[in-house]
Design a protein. Structure first.
Length: 118
C-alpha cells in the first residue's frame, strides 16, 4: 500500500499535506520493520489491545477488569510484550512503543519536565 501511494505522489507531487504524511508513515514503517523494531510487527492483537493500558497508572488486576480478562492473562501478555520489545520494565516497554509509533508520545510528559520536576 505504501509503495502504491508513493507511486501516486511521484505522479502528483502537489497533493499538499499528503506528501508529508506519506513520509512520516514511511519512516514509521521503516522503524518498525528494521532490525531494531522487528518485534513491533510480531505483537498479537491481544498484546496491541493491552499496550495502551500499560501506559496508565492501572494495576494488572484493574487492567484485567477493564479488558474482561484475568490478572494472569494480563501478566502473561505484558511479559510477552516486554520480551518482544526487549524491555526490562513497564516504563521501558512504553518508551520503545512510543519510539516506533505504537503509542502516541503525548501519553508521557516531556523528559525535561520530569527532570525539572524532581
Amino acid at each position: 500500500m505504501l509503495t502504491e501511494t508513493e507511486s501516486v505522489i511521484e505522479l502528483r507531487p502537489d497533493l499538499g499535506v499528503l506528501v508529508a504524511e506519506l513520509r512520516e508513515l514511511g519512516d514509521r514503517v521503516q522503524a518498525s520493520s528494521g532490525s531494531g523494531g522487528a518485534w513491533a510487527m510480531s505483537l498479537t492483537g491481544a498484546e496491541l489491545r493491552l499496550l495502551p493500558y500499560l501506559a496508565t497508572h492501572l494495576t494488572f488486576p484493574e487492567i484485567g477488569t477493564r479488558l474482561f480478562i484475568s490478572r494472569n492473562t494480563v501478566k502473561t501478555e505484558a511479559i510477552s510484550i516486554y520480551r518482544k520489545l526487549s524491555a526490562a520494565s513497564r516504563s521501558e516497554a512504553i518508551e520503545r512503543a512510543i519510539d516506533v509509533g505504537l503509542l502516541e508520545s503525548t501519553i508521557l510528559p516531556p523528559r525535561e519536565d520530569l527532570i525539572r520536576g524532581g
